[in-house]
Write a protein that binds this ligand. Sequence first.
Ligand SMILES: [Zn+2]
Ligand SMILES: [Zn+2]
Length: 263
Amino acid sequence: MTNSYSNKTLTPLFAITILLSFTLAGCNGEEQEIEPAEDFVSDFYSNARSLEITVAYEQGAEPYTKYNTFDSWNVCDTNINSLFSSKNIPVSVPKTLDDMTNLGRLEQNNYTRENIVQLAAALQPNENKGPQKNIVLLFLDGFYIQDGMAENRILGINLDGTPTIAIFKPVIESASNSRAEKALIEQSTIVHEIGHAIGLVNKGVKATTAHHDTANGAHCTNEGCVMYWLNGGAEVQQFITPFLLNGNVELFGKQCIQDVIAK
Ligand SMILES: [Zn+2]
Ligand SMILES: [Zn+2]
């Protein structure tokens, strides 16, 4: 490779792409070393009859509700519903800020696992043991604190073994200069983290074909699938670009969908 920063022929777009690939990590949010206190996934597949996505946001970290002329939350809605259509588990997803909880301004600037557990507990309507399941999505105006350090490269995390997801809005904002891209990066991150929460890949939902990227945790080897590890981080912008002008955003590869069908 002959690329270098002194190469005057670099286009601005290419320069941005390089910057981003240094800015965002691959998805490693689920590589928690803490033992899960509960196991949402095995309970889920034992008796789920419906799934509700509960969304709460810190004021100033509101999720996007549009990309171009499309409703952003249709991306989450259609992808998670199609993942579970074979299981007859309808998924309800809020579409507007009015359907979500405004948490106001929170005290902390950045968030530990314990902070996130506490915030989610106040929003979780039940213990997820019965047939009505619930995933809590938090939008925070700060970074994830991992090993005592604020991590400015983690877009979102699913707390291991739990139905709790946090999205770190400043990292979403840093991932692109385009509003439409940021909105779609946000939705792709949400779908990726829900994929982890419901047991993909080989994290409760067994891989039925050879697509588990064992070197990178619970991820998919299919680069065209939202569960590919770099699509949860450094390559998310490239991943969502083909969908920008398209209201039909199919994020899961067929292997991940097949695993849920077989579960
Ligand atoms: Zn991931
Ligand atoms: Zn996949």
